[in-house]
Design a protein around this ligand. Sequence first.
Ligand SMILES: [Fe+2]
Length: 285
Amino acid sequence: MTEIAISPLSNACGAEISGVDLTKPISAGIAAEINQAWLDHCVIVFRGQKLADIDQVNFAEAFGPVGDYLRPNTLRSGAMKERHRAVMFVSNIVENGEPIGTLPDGEMMFHTDTGYDQNPHKATTLYAVEIPTHGGNTIFSNQYKVYDELPERLKTLLKGRNAHHAYEFGVMIKKKEKYDGPEMRTAVHPIFRNHSETGKPAVYVNELMTESIEGLANDESRAILDEIFAMQKEDRFCYEHVWQKGDLVMWDNRCTLHARTDFPRDQRRLLRRVTIEDAPPAWAA
Ligand SMILES: [Fe+2]
């Protein structure tokens, strides 16, 4: 009988799970324990794993159908087209003159994966294949806690309201007010979104992909979003994950945001991403 251990990593979110080898099939009982730890801590970390693409896909499938990598075909290199439909590489590595992955260098603003889709993927698994000597950390922000600490004025004003989300594939730092490129995806989501498993409300806006609040004047919408974005960055809501080779991290896109810190451009970085689909959306807080 396998025994897993769960150790919290911060006051904000995150727990390390030890005692499991993810190259082997996990039983329904262990999958249920892992799922509960994930719901409780929002981000779970397994260290020292040695995972091939298919191991990571198999692990993800224990928690739901794996999500297709949504990048448009016109924006894929040859190497990207050859992989399993669910596998995306986050990497700055270039082979044969072509990038093997996407989101190559530098910082990345807080966001939630596939939030530009009307039914975003509930989970992301990310596995560290190659990492730089320093930097490239992933910061997770707990949006249950941001919701709980939001000023009553904002809870009242924003209750029942939606926000508009948009994204142009490949953008890491948003420098313009609104996206307007040809390969743009958009969606509308409640600002306070009830989690599809825990039922708890979480803030569902983010700096990289949320453009405006429905029904408010532009200035007011901008000011409120900026106030929330500043709160989401506060240390008390965040856990910063320093990657080691062999880490497999699974986070909950329904109740966390994540951002990336800068790292040296002359060092190789490769992480493998597989997402998991959500049940159809159940609105709203
Ligand atoms: Fe992401």
